[in-house]
Design a protein around this ligand. Structure first.
Ligand SMILES: [Zn+2]
Length: 471
């Protein structure tokens, strides 16, 4: 902390001197000196999340992990484009001893700050607009998961001696250096080497495994941009089942040794994808399937194309995590304040599934949930809920609010919203405000008061918003 403040103070001093010189005696304008990339990407809730000054194009990750020793050796290259002249920039990495850092094949200086900041000073400044490659070699014992609002982020062990690392909002930085914020999505490739007899699993398409000298290597490639928290590394004595959807999308279901209770749910995958496509448009990920764990970390996560499930997954949980492939993964949040764009809609997908498969009366469900909603839950906004409160209301109040929107704008406009939103923002990022504007455009209605009452407000909405007149 002290180091960082001193550094910032020094930076400010230089900036002030430059500004003063320019004001008083600089008739010509010299090229600006390269500056430090920001320690954060600009998320108001998490000032240090992600980093500034560049945009990652792809991660090229090579890890060797031995579950018996619980030791990882990593060699990751981050290919990025500078958005400013950079004399220094940050990556996010937690734990490990760093062996070396190179920028464009030249050794670079580096320091560690706080829990996750790796500060890199390249031998030569990186010029704005250029692509540069940062190679980080590291090794050591991974950092275990800490309890968080959703569960934990970081590394977990399995009963059979395996391990996995996943979590939201952070997980990539627990195993590779990253720009850890969903605003900077990038292509992903992994070469993973584990002792023979173990299987490594990640996201994207996998290549053929090769075994040499008692170690098995597999490759994983995801060319569509992926937010770093949606990548995964899992090692266990997995049972792997593969198939293909009718359109050729590869299906890979991966079961931990004690995960048999989830097999029945996994069999619903093709039907669920088809059902969700009927509402949201074409399936956006390059693969589909799941990693079925034999432990309960406290949550499931929509890791891209291959969600990660705790013990006893059921079809509703698959619907939720697969709905995220559109709402959250293809269309990712701009800031964590926008999380309702992910969770409110993945939650509502399970309502639609109940309507389809169990003939559920959603209006009746809505009325019951509105009647039973506690004052505490009404008091939690679904948008701009404050740092640390992102997941407080989105799971329970979120789907109810989405149904209220359906009642307010009518089935036809609602169906159009559900389908067009993920299509128009495919593989990008969006803000909650963008969504409000989009719904007003599709419905042709002024919905400011409605959105205020249901999504931004902190009390039970007025009757006119709770029970809009049937359309
Ligand atoms: Zn979710």
């Amino acid at each position: 902390m002290v180091d960082r403040r001193a550094r910032l103070a020094a930076l400010c001093g230089i900036a002030c001197i430059v500004a003063a010189c320019t004001d008083t005696e600089a008739p010509s304008e010299p090229a600006p000196a390269p500056t430090h990339g920001a320690a954060g990407i600009g998320d108001a809730y998490y000032p240090e999340a992600g980093n500034g000054g560049y945009d990652v194009d792809r991660y090229e990750i090579d890890v060797r992990y031995d579950p018996g020793e619980h030791e990882l050796t990593g060699d990751t290259t981050v290919v990025a484009r500078a958005s400013q002249d950079l004399s220094q920039f940050h990556l996010d990495l937690r734990g490990f001893a760093i062996t070396s850092v190179e920028v464009d094949d030249e050794p670079a200086e580096f320091t560690r700050e706080g829990a996750a900041e790796l500060v890199v000073t390249p031998a030569n400044p990186v010029r704005e607009g250029t692509e540069f490659r940062t190679r980080v070699r590291y090794e050591g014992t991974p950092v275990v998961a800490n309890r968080g609002q959703l569960g934990g982020n970081g590394w977990y062990r399995t009963p059979s001696g395996g391990a996995y690392v996943f979590g939201e909002p952070e997980s990539a930085s627990f195993w590779y250096p990253a720009n850890e914020h969903p605003r900077d999505k990038a292509a992903f490739s992994l070469t993973a080497t584990v002792p023979e007899g173990w299987t490594a699993v990640s996201v994207g398409r996998t290549g053929k495994a090769t075994t040499k000298d008692g170690w098995t290597t597999t490759t994983w490639t995801e060319d569509t941009p992926v937010a770093s928290y949606l990548t995964l590394f899992a090692v266990d004595k997995f049972d792997v089942e593969t198939a293909t959807l009718a359109d050729g999308t590869p299906v890979r279901n991966v079961f931990s040794p004690g995960a048999d209770t989830s097999r029945a749910a996994a069999e619903h995958t093709p039907r669920i994808v088809e059902f969700l496509e009927s509402h949201f448009g074409d399936y956006p990920a390059s693969t589909v399937g799941g990693v079925y764990l034999d432990t309960n970390p406290g949550f499931a996560l929509e890791t891209q194309g291959t969600p990660t499930y705790p013990l006893d997954a059921d079809a509703d949980l698959l619907v939720h995590e697969l709905a995220h492939q559109w709402y959250g993964n293809s269309v990712s949040v701009h800031s964590w304040a926008d999380i309702c764009l992910n969770e409110c809609f993945a939650g509502y997908a399970t309502w639609l599934w109940a309507e389809e498969t169990r003939d559920a009366d959603l209006d009746a469900r809505y009325r019951t949930q509105v009647a039973n909603m506690s004052d505490g839950l009404w008091s939690l906004p679904l948008y701009d809920m404050g740092a640390g409160n992102e997941f407080g209301a989105v799971y329970q109040k979120g789907p109810v609010a989405v149904h209220a929107l359906r009642l307010r704008i009518g089935d036809e406009a609602f169906a159009e919203v559900l389908r067009r939103w993920p299509t128009e923002h495919a593989h990008g990022n969006a803000r909650w405000e963008d969504f409000e504007e989009f719904v007003e455009q599709v419905s042709g209605e002024d919905l400011d008061e409605f959105f205020q009452a249901w999504f931004r407000g902190t009390e039970r909405p007025a009757e006119e918003h709770l029970h809009p007149k049937p359309r």
